[in-house]
Design a protein around this ligand. Structure first.
Ligand SMILES: Cc1cc2nc3c(=O)[nH]c(=O)nc-3n(C[C@H](O)[C@H](O)[C@H](O)COP(=O)(O)OP(=O)(O)OC[C@H]3O[C@@H](n4cnc5c(N)ncnc54)[C@H](O)[C@@H]3O)c2cc1C
Length: 432
C-alpha cells in the first residue's frame, strides 16, 4: 500500500521537502499531503522589500498549488497529533476538523514573534514576520506621513514621524532600513515635511547589531544607518510603551506612532502542546537526520526544530538558507526510509549572508569575501531572484525591481483595503 506522508507547514521546510519528494518518489510509492493555512509560501527574506514597496506582495510568495503538482494540498491548521493512532488533526478555515492519517509526519511550522512582558508592548507593537505585517507597515508609514503633513498639532506631528524598531538582528535592520529609505524617497512629494523631522530609532540590547555577519560589517552597517540620520541605540532596552509613550532604559522617553518588535522569535505555542520533546527555547528536539527524539515516524526541521549543527556545533541558526537545505536532506531521508535505505545526517556550511539596507545599499559575506554597497545589494538581488521557485516568480520579481529603478518608491497607501466593507456599511447607514 502506498505510504502516507503528511507535511505540516508550507514554508521553506514544507515546500522544499515536498518538491524533493516529488522528484524522488516513484509513482504510487507515497501520497504526500501538505497542510498550510494559506495556499502560498511566503518568501520571507523578500518581506523587507514588500514593506518598502519595491516588490508587490503577490510576487514575494509562491503559490503552493501551482508548484506542488501530484501533491495534495489542504488549507488548514494543525491542531493536534495522536502519535499512537498516527493521526494529525487539522482545522480547515470552515467546517469540521479533519483527521489525516500518516505513516510519516513532517513538522515545519516555523516561528512567530517572541514578546517579552514589557508594559504596553502587546497593545502598541507589531511584529515583522508575516506578509500581512509587511504590507501593513508600508501603508502605516505612508499614513503617518499623511497625518504629519495634514495636522497643525506639533505633538501629533512629532509622534507620527517617530518610528521605533526594537531588535538589531537582520529582520529588524532590514525592515527599518528599507522603510526609512522609502520614507526619505517619497518625502519630496510632501512639501510640508522636512526629512530632519523624521525620527527613526533602532534599539538593540546588545553592544552590536547583526550577530550573523562579522563585526566589521556590522559596524559598517551601523555607520551607514547613522549617516542616514537613523538613531542606533546599542546596549539599550525598551522598558515600556504604554499609550504609545516609548521609554528606554537609557532614560530617554518619547511618543511614537510606530513600534516594531523584532527582538526574537519562538516556535508557535502548538509545538509545546504536541507532547514532543522540546529544548529550553521550545524547539522540537531532533537527531542529525531530523527525526524527532523517541518518534521514528515524526520529523521536524526549520525554525521550529533544534537541528544539530554538525559543522559549527550547537544548533543550526533559524535562517532560510539552513531551512532549504534541511528540507532537501529531509526529503531524501524520507525517500530512503520508505525504501529501507540509509538515513544521512544534515551537514551544511553557510556560504554567506546579505543584509539589505535599502536601494543600492547592503552589506554581506559571500564565500568568505566581505562585500558592501551596490555590489552587495546587486549580489543579494541576483541571489534571491534566482532562488525563488518558478520562472513565473523570478520574472515578476525582476520586473518589479526593474520598474522601481527609474521610478523609485511608490507613495500610494492602500490601507483602506484593511477595511473593505467600510464604504458598503456606510451606504447601508450603519456607520457615519
Ligand atoms: C522579515 C524576515 C527576513 C528574513 N530574511 C532572511 C534572510 O535574508 N536570509 C535567511 O536565510 N533567512 C531569512 N529569514 C528567516 C527565514 O525566513 C526562516 O528561517 C525560514 O522561513 C524558516 O523556514 P520554516 O519552513 O521553518 O518556516 P516558515 O517559512 O516560516 O514556514 C512555516 C509555515 O508553517 C505554517 N504554519 C504555522 N503553524 C501551522 C499550523 N498549526 N498548521 C499548519 N501550518 C502552520 C506557517 O503559516 C508557515 O507557512 C527572514 C525571516 C523574516 C521574518
Amino acid at each position: 500500500m502506498s505510504k502516507r506522508i503528511v507535511i505540516v507547514g508550507g514554508g521553506y521546510v514544507g515546500l522544499y521537502a515536498a518538491l524533493r519528494l516529488q522528484q524522488r518518489l516513484r509513482s504510487g510509492e507515497a501520497q504526500v499531503t501538505v497542510v498550510n493555512p494559506e495556499n502560498f509560501m511566503v518568501y520571507r527574506p523578500l518581506l523587507p522589500e514588500v514593506a518598502s514597496g519595491t516588490l508587490e506582495p503577490r510576487h514575494a510568495v509562491v503559490p503552493l498549488r501551482a508548484v506542488l503538482s501530484g501533491t495534495r494540498f489542504v488549507a488548514g491548521r494543525l491542531t493536534g497529533v495522536d502519535t499512537q493512532r498516527r493521526v494529525a488533526s487539522v482545522a480547515p478555515e470552515a467546517g469540521p476538523e479533519l483527521e489525516l492519517e500518516y505513516d510519516e509526519l513532517v513538522l515545519g511550522v516555523g516561528a512567530m514573534s517572541k514578546l517579552l512582558p514589557i508594559p504596553g508592548l502587546a497593545d502598541c507593537g507589531i511584529g515583522f514576520n508575516s506578509l500581512a505585517e509587511a504590507v501593513h507597515l508600508r501603508d502605516h508609514v505612508l499614513r503617518q506621513l499623511e497625518i504629519a503633513s495634514a495636522t497643525n498639532d506639533p505633538e501629533l506631528r512629532r509622534c507620527a514621524l517617530t518610528f521605533v524598531f526594537v531588535g538589531g538582528g537582520y529582520t529588524g535592520v532590514e525592515a527599518l532600513a528599507e522603510l526609512q529609505d522609502m520614507a526619505v524617497d517619497v518625502l519630496e512629494g510632501y512639501p510640508e515635511l522636512d526629512v530632519s523631522e523624521m525620527r527613526w530609532v533602532l534599539v538593540e540590547a546588545m553592544d552590536r547589531i547583526l550577530t550573523t555577519v562579522s563585526e566589521d560589517l556590522a559596524e559598517r552597517a551601523v555607520s551607514e544607518l547613522r549617516a542616514r540620520g537613523i538613531d542606533v541605540r546599542l546596549s539599550t532596552q525598551l522598558e515600556s510603551a504604554e499609550g504609545g509613550l516609548v521609554r528606554l532604559n537609557d532614560g530617554d522617553s518619547f511618543r511614537a506612532s510606530t513600534l516594531v518588535w523584532v527582538a526574537g522569535t519562538k516556535p508557535p505555542p502548538l509545538v509545546k502542546e504536541l507532547g514532543l520533546p522540546t529544548d529550553q527555547r521550545g524547539r522540537i528536539i531532533v537527531d542529525e537526520t531530523m527525526r524527532v527524539e523517541g518518534h521514528p515516524d515524526i520529523w521536524a526541521a526549520g525554525d521550529c526544530a533544534a537541528v544539530p549543527d554538525l559543522e559549527n556545533g550547537g544548533v543550526c541558526p533559524p535562517t532560510a538558507q539552513y531551512a532549504v537545505r534541511q528540507a532537501r536532506r529531509l526529503g531524501d531521508n524520507l525517500a530512503e526510509r520508505l525504501r529501507g535505505g540509509e538515513l544521512r545526517p544534515f551537514h551544511y556550511k553557510s556560504k554567506g549572508e546579505f543584509v539589505t539596507l535599502g536601494m543600492n545599499k547592503a552589506v554581506g559575506e559571500m564565500l568568505g569575501r566581505k562585500v558592501h554597497g551596490r555590489l552587495a545589494w546587486a549580489a543579494r538581488r541576483a541571489y534571491y531572484a534566482t532562488q525563488i521557485p518558478t520562472w513565473n516568480r523570478t520574472i515578476r520579481v525582476l520586473g518589479d525591481w526593474l520598474v522601481g529603478m527609474p521610478f523609485g518608491h511608490d507613495v500610494v497607501n492602500l490601507d483602506s483595503r484593511e477595511e473593505p466593507r467600510g464604504a458598503f456599511q456606510e451606504a447601508a447607514g450603519r456607520r457615519g
